[in-house]
Design a binder for this molecule. Structure first.
Ligand SMILES: NC(=O)c1ccc[n+]([C@@H]2O[C@H](COP(=O)([O-])OP(=O)(O)OC[C@H]3O[C@@H](n4cnc5c(N)ncnc54)[C@H](O)[C@@H]3O)[C@@H](O)[C@H]2O)c1
Length: 387
């Protein structure tokens, strides 16, 4: 198989490495020669590290490099079986790109986008043959993160999602299938991890260090929400939040916060800019959490109830299957447990009581419980009976 990748930035270069490692020839295209140079250097460095760790022989690393063709010419795509774009997150740019690419690639060539926030249907609509178009969404860094979301659009031909699933699996990745709805699985279901944490902080219930402590020490999450937002960068995380909110026709459940917007506006992007919620400058002393178990459990319970509700609602609206929802949250964002299994463990009744308690207190739509959660309680059901 020959694969064309457009955009050699953070995502495109990582995806190229994954596919070349799986044994396929890859044309990695960028309009910017410097970006191509950076990509070549970064892939080389990454392969060298793997060799040094004994995970890859030097011969294999050399073969992978040989399968990579760095190019600025679309003409090279004449022999491609799959073209995947990872250029800037701009609908018009992506649409124009596929108009050009479709004139060059063979008829059987599959076209795909790595977009995080645009609808696959809207990009596919620019194509003459949109039935061959699909979303293939990797996570950053692509060579390390196992999850890949596959998103068929309304135009995508029947069966293509399953074909791509097998293909992605053969690249050593874990594919899940998601509906073409905002945020797909991970970027939708994870929203309350950030949003509810910020809300608790804004209300003065706890400070950022205490909320991070509760989620990591008591909840078992690898990173607390504020550390994670600083790590992702507020330029990225705030933009995703804003875009998911707008795409959901301004459903209050996804409302962004002024707290994060101000950090974004100030250029306090997080770790990469030296300042975000935390201060990363040399000599800065990180704030200490208040290790109050009762407060910690209140924080964990509230954020977790919101996350579980989001996962249950995604299931109710058939965004993905039960199994794929669990896989997505454990492999895409490293949650300690799948949220539906967590619901079973806590008891649907407990989760519903938490949400109804918040709704009663605030009278805000963001705390509305999913009808499926109510049904589970009414019928005394679990998501994974017998486990
Ligand atoms: N960064 C992430 O965490 C992440 C995760 C998943 C998906 N994505 C998505 O992947 C895509 C790329 O993101 P990124 O972070 O790698 O961006 P990036 O800015 O690192 O790289 C984009 C690259 O595309 C090139 N480019 C722009 N327009 C082009 C054109 N018309 N033709 C050829 N090359 C062009 C740029 O020169 C640049 O090198 C976006 O759609 C983004 O939403 C990003």
């Amino acid at each position: 198989m020959i694969v064309g990748i457009i955009g050699s930035g953070a995502m495109g270069s990582g995806i190229a490495q994954v596919i070349a490692t799986a044994g396929h020839k890859v044309h990695l295209l960028d309009k910017n020669a410097q970006a191509l140079e950076r990509a070549a250097k970064s892939i080389k460095g990454s392969l060298r590290k793997l060799s040094a760790k004994g995970k890859l022989s030097e011969n294999d690393a050399a073969d992978i490099q040989d399968r990579l063709n760095f190019t600025e010419a679309h003409q090279d795509f004449g022999d491609c079986d799959l073209v995947l774009e990872a250029v800037v997150e701009d609908l018009e740019v992506k649409q124009n790109l596929f108009r050009e690419v479709e004139m060059i690639v063979p008829e059987h060539c599959i076209l795909a986008s790595n977009t995080s926030s645009l609808s696959i249907a809207s990009i596919a609509s620019a194509c003459q043959n949109p039935e061959r178009f699909i979303g293939i969404h990797f996570f950053n860094p692509a060579p390390v993160m196992p999850l890949v979301e596959i998103i068929p659009a309304v135009q995508t031909r029947e069966g293509l999602a399953e074909e791509i699933k097998d293909m992605v699996q053969s690249w050593g990745k874990l594919p899940v299938i998601a509906q073409d709805t905002p945020g797909f699985i991970v970027n939708r279901v994870a929203r309350p991890f950030y949003g509810e944490a910020i809300r608790i902080y804004e209300e003065g219930i706890a400070d950022i260090a205490t909320i991070d402590w509760a989620m990591t020490e008591l909840g078992g999450f690898k990173m607390g929400p504020f550390t994670l937002m600083d790590f992702i960068g507020h330029d990225v995380n705030y933009r995703v939040t804003e875009s998911v909110f707008a795409s959901f026709f301004y459903d209050p459940r996804y409302k962004p916060s002024f707290t994060q917007k101000r950090l974004f506006e100030a250029g306090y992007f997080g770790r990469k800019s030296g300042r975000g919620f935390y201060n990363y400058q040399e000599g800065a002393v990180p704030p200490a959490p208040t290790r109050d178990e009762q407060l910690g459990h209140y924080i964990l319970n509230r954020i977790l109830a919101m996350l579980i509700n989001e996962a249950i609602d995604a299931l109710a609206l058939r965004v993905a299957s039960k199994e794929d929802l669990e896989l997505a949250m454990t492999k895409g964002v490293n949650y300690p447990k799948g949220l539906l299994a967590w619901a079973d463990e806590l008891g649907a009744q407990h989760v519903l009581a938490t949400l109804d308690g918040l709704y009663k207190e605030y009278h805000e739509d963001r705390y509305r419980a999913s009808p499926l959660l109510r049904k589970m309680v009414r019928e005394n059901q679990t998501f994974f009976p017998g486990l």
